[in-house]
Design a protein around this ligand. Structure first.
Ligand code: PGA
Length: 326
């Protein structure tokens, strides 16, 4: 089966909830017109659109998606961050439950701005990934128990939350020729809760991951909405966003050929060293309407994470429509 592309918008610290409402209204209008033209007959299955507004706009974004149920399956929400503890005295932080209350399907973890401006350590990033994985295992248990009890719908948490783990080197590392080693080390550090080394991993761990992979949240039910767009979420799935720091917000994207090399490397590295069966590798760093076509032609680029060019609905819509036409 063809992998679904991911076209994600990271609004960063931009847009109030009012502005997000206006933005999404305009974006959905374009999306409706686009789907009516029938330009892509597999429109619904080809790509997922992910919006990561600020925390204060998640509620508004959630409401607008609910108002447009025809797009629930292709438009998802992401939080720009999430903390590793479930509750408590952590001023300024946000929990998985809090973002799930707005039906977030994804959480961006370890964005370079969090790493470099806010000094997020590799250790903290690993804890966040681990917290998400444990949350998803709990979802799986809830679903299984509900099935065992013949419950029509499980009453636990709505569905899984998938991490979008950001990795990427700075210019100095790129110039030194150590970018591949650096990214591999970032992956190893962040993913240490996943089974490393297929041969060395314990059978129990491998079984854990196999069961997560196969458990889909088909019976999930979002509080209040009576529906969820999570039916197709694979709770063991992982998204890696390769974002070379020197290409972020600079208007100077990486050469698509070089991007493809790194993406292929990440593919092979995860396949050779981890029991993660379902992952996507998306690219971020000065993606625009001008370079999306070439990027999406590459075999190992499964989508994009767009910052600056996502802030204008027309520009992000153009990026999306180019991406799905590939
Ligand atoms: P940019 O940001 O598209 O503005 O380069 C990408 C990102 O930081 O995710």
């Amino acid at each position: 089966m063809k992998k679904k592309k991911i076209v994600a918008a990271n609004f960063k610290m931009n847009k109030t909830h009012v502005e997000v409402r206006e933005y999404l209204k305009s974006f959905f209008k374009k999306l409706k017109e686009f789907s009516r033209t029938g330009e892509t007959h597999d429109f619904n299955d080809n790509a997922e659109i992910v919006f990561a507004p600020s925390f204060t706009a998640l509620n508004e974004a959630y409401n607008i998606i609910e108002e447009n149920p025809e797009f629930r399956n292709i438009v998802k929400l992401a939080s720009q961050n999430v903390y590793c503890e479930s509750s408590g005295a952590y001023t300024g932080e946000i929990s998985i439950d809090m973002i799930k209350a707005f039906n977030c399907s994804y959480a961006i973890i370890g964005h370079s701005e969090r790493r470099w401006i806010f000094n997020e350590s590799e250790e903290l990033i690993a804890k966040k990934i681990s917290a998400i994985l444990n949350y998803n295992k709990k979802i799986e248990t809830d679903i299984r128990n509900a099935r065992d009890n013949n419950a029509e719908k499980h009453s636990g948490k709505s569905a899984a939350i998938l991490p979008i783990l950001c990795v990427g080197e700075n210019l100095e590392i790129r110039k030194s020729g150590k970018a591949f080693d650096f990214v591999a080390a970032q992956l190893d550090s962040a993913l240490n809760c996943y089974t490393k080394d297929l041969n060395g991993g314990t059978a129990q761990n491998k079984d854990n991951f196999r069961s997560i992979k196969t458990a889909k949240s088909i019976n999930s039910n979002h509080e209040g909405s009576g529906n969820t767009n999570a039916a197709d979420i694979d709770i063991g799935k992982l998204v890696i966003a390769y974002e070379p720091i020197w290409a972020i917000g600079t208007g100077a994207p990486m050469e698509p050929e070089d991007g493809e090399k790194m993406h292929k490397f990440i593919y092979e590295y995860l396949t050779d060293n981890y029991c993660i069966e379902n992952f996507s590798v998306i690219y971020g760093g000065s993606v625009t309407e001008k370079n999306i076509n070439v990027l999406m032609e590459k075999d190992h680029i499964d989508g994009v994470l767009v910052g600056g060019a996502s802030l204008d609905p027309q520009s992000f819509f153009n990026i999306y429509s180019f991406a799905v036409s590939k």
